[in-house]
Design a binder for this molecule. Structure first.
Ligand code: IMP
Ligand code: MG
Length: 182
């Protein structure tokens, strides 16, 4: 176990927790997509750490591609405006697509992305979210088929998740101390 970062309040998911989550998701995807050669679409940059582990937990033929979107800028709240910064290199017509994201918060980013990809005539589009933030009174506009784990309504960092591009390199997921962003 690595030393706790001073900006982190507490560890929410340890490296061991994360291993268990990734293994379980990999097994589910392997079972559901055994003969479908899915295209794993990782959303840059937050999903990079997660997708690298998830890919190795999937035990069937699959491919990977990347998209970059921006919904937050440098802040901690979703603006609702999703910009495509990098599009796929792969033609997804007739393909089974699995969009891999680090976190579903308001769900705005993923619902926008799913709609955009569905307009390209793929065979299917499903979402695999490493974490889903449970926000009281909020109903997400999109439901991921695969959910790693639910987390409380706090700002988390690590394992790919950032605040203003920092902390992505932490091997665990932790709650950021509010004084760091307020
Ligand atoms: P949504 O559109 O509100 O679902 O926001 C999704 C995006 O916001 C994610 O891909 C993350 O980049 C970012 N995000 C939302 N909540 C957090 C958090 O707690 N920590 C770090 N990034 C977050
Ligand atoms: Mg981010």
């Amino acid at each position: 176990m690595s030393k706790l970062h001073p900006d982190v309040e507490n560890v929410l998911l340890s490296e061991e927790d994360i291993r268990g989550i990734v293994e379980s998701l990999g097994a589910q995807i392997t079972r559901d997509y055994a003969d479908k050669n899915p295209l794993i679409v990782a959303v840059l940059r937050g999903a990079v750490v997660f997708v690298a582990d998830l890919l190795r937990a999937i035990d069937c033929p699959c491919e990977i591609d990347f998209m970059a979107v921006s919904s937050y800028g440098e802040g901690v709240k979703s603006s609702g405006v999703v910009r495509i910064i990098k599009d796929l290199n792969t033609d997804i017509t007739g393909r089974h697509v699995i969009v891999v994201e680090d976190i579903l918060d308001s769900g705005l980013t993923l619902s926008y992305l799913k709609e955009m990809l569905e307009a390209r005539d793929p065979a299917s589009v499903e979402i695999c979210a490493f974490t889903v933030k449970d926000i009281e009174g909020h109903v997400s506009p999109v439901t991921p088929r695969y959910v790693g784990t639910h987390i409380p309504d706090a700002f988390i960092v690590g394992y790919g998740l950032d605040f203003a591009e920092h902390y992505r390199n932490l091997p665990y997921v932790g709650i950021l101390k509010p004084e760091v962003y307020s």
